[in-house]
Design a protein around this ligand. Structure first.
Ligand code: PLP
Length: 447
């Protein structure tokens, strides 16, 4: 078959690839040997060379229902033909309300107001601004401090990188949002290496929040933001009791608890949200990715009623919350999300990770003992396989294994020297076997 990218890819697949400055990519390495997808269906991608690649990361932790699902495709096609755009400020369209209602029914009890954005990063900024403004409208305007966690990832905007705790995402950019501090991370391989599911040790690490309260005083702290499972920093599953303890300390001091569920949301851990899997309800949930199955960019923020209601004062003709995006609740995104939620419901996908997690855990932990594997972490349908770095070349071993897996027909992801798996929730056992066999082969080839 003719190469559909022939017109773009000239000579050694190089010249016409120049203009695009790729995000979070080793640009020079990529352009020497590009990896291009041109088609997707179900669990698979196809490259421009016609090779089939099994998707073990749901695109980028987002295509939870699998690729090109009919109800999502149809919803997008119909919406595109019917109405392209409607302004979300002082105007709306019906699907925005329908979607918010459906999302609110899936979030933990009490979180029943939903604000829409276009990405995880925008959702993070929205949540942080809501938290600050909430305290202000209640007359506690001294609560201006935001607390994140070391090794946290909350997108790439200034608020997100400030509360975030991944040094590479911060060090190039100088000044951060002021008044931010961080609690310690929960990664403790000495005590918890090769834990299946939640690690036993580390609930007490939540007490680090008490240290920051003692340092700054609770009256200056607006909110704490954490990922229930830290994803981009290597799949760090919360120790048993840790999130409960964090919740207790927040309650004790009137601090809002924000869960960034951009990865853990939409079925990844066996429930619609990680909050439900871990039995801890935050005040605010940040979501994106699986909300629209990656088909059209979309994010959202779900909040407790009382947070929303605190804003509903003053003259009724005045705007209550001075925040929003031109493309908040975009018709195409709402249509895609409604098609996504229907697909999740039809196929029971939001609980399927729980059904498959034992098989997945056994398979992933079967890599224990392979060369350089120093830890394996998992929950639901997400796993991290940590490798010892090549001396003097951090992240190189994992990157080489990623390239090897890709050549062998499996797409995985890496962060530092951790391999991450986060497959679409439609995955079958045979796919799990193929992923693990491929990863095992690559790990051995790069020993
Ligand atoms: N928050 C978390 C926990 C994430 O994992 C991500 C992306 O991976 C984001 C925020 C940022 O989302 P986006 O890339 O859509 O801005």
């Amino acid at each position: 078959a003719a190469n559909p990218l022939a017109q773009f890819v000239q000579g050694p697949r190089g010249a016409a690839l120049d203009a695009y400055w790729m995000p979070f990519t080793a640009n020079r390495q990529f352009k020497k040997n590009p990896r291009l997808f041109v088609k997707a269906q179900g669990m698979h991608y196809w490259t421009d060379e016609g090779r089939q690649v099994l998707d073990a990361v749901a695109g980028l932790w987002c295509v939870n229902a699998g690729h090109n699902r009919p109800k999502i495709v149809q919803a997008i096609q119909q919406q595109a033909a019917e109405m392209d755009y409607a302004p979300p400020f002082q105007m709306a369209h019906p699907k925005a309300f329908e979607l918010a209602d459906k999302v609110a029914k899936l979030t933990p009890a009490g979180l029943n107001k939903v604000f829409f954005t276009n990405s995880g990063s925008e959702s993070v900024e929205t949540a942080l601004k809501m938290a600050l403004a909430y305290h202000k409208v209640r007359g506690e305007g001294t609560r201006t401090r935001l607390i994140g966690r070391e090794r946290g990832y909350h997108g790439v905007n200034f608020g997100g990188i400030s509360v975030g705790g991944m040094v590479a995402n911060r060090k190039q950019f100088g000044a951060m949002v002021s008044g931010v501090d961080h609690i310690v991370h929960t990664h403790d391989p000495k005590r918890n290496a090769f834990s299946m599911g939640q690690p036993e040790h580390g609930a007490e690490l939540a007490d680090d929040l008490e240290r920051l309260v003692a340092l700054h005083d609770a009256s200056t702290i607006a909110a704490v933001i954490v990922e229930p499972v830290a994803g981009s920093t290597g799949v760090l599953v919360p120790p048993k009791g840790y999130l409960n303890r964090l919740r207790e300390i927040c309650d004790k001091h009137g601090i809002l608890l924000i869960f960034d569920e951009v990865i853990t949301g939409w079925g990844r851990t066996g429930n619609p949200f990680g909050a439900q899997t871990f039995g801890v309800t935050p005040d605010i949930i940040v979501m994106a990715k699986g909300l629209s199955n990656g088909a059209v960019p979309m994010g959202g923020v779900a909040v407790k009623q009382h947070i929303h209601d605190a804003f509903m004062n003053g003259p009724e003709h005045l705007i209550e919350f001075f925040h929003g995006y031109t493309y908040s609740s975009h018709p195409l995104a709402c249509a895609a999300a409604l098609g996504t939620l229907e697909t999740y419901a039809d196929e029971g996908l939001l609980t399927r990770a729980g059904e498959l997690s034992a098989y997945f855990a056994q398979a992933v932990h079967g890599l224990r003992g392979e060369p350089n594997v120093i830890d394996i972490r998992n929950i639901g349908l997400v796993a991290g396989i940590e490798l010892s770095p090549i001396a003097g070349s951090p992240a190189k071993r994992a990157f080489d294994i990623f390239l090897d897996c890709y050549e062998k027909g499996v797409l995985i992801r890496t962060t530092g020297d951790t391999l991450a798996l986060s497959p679409p929730l439609i995955i079958e056992r045979s796919h799990i076997d193929q992923i693990i066999d491929t990863v095992r082969g690559a790990i051995r080839r790069h020993a």
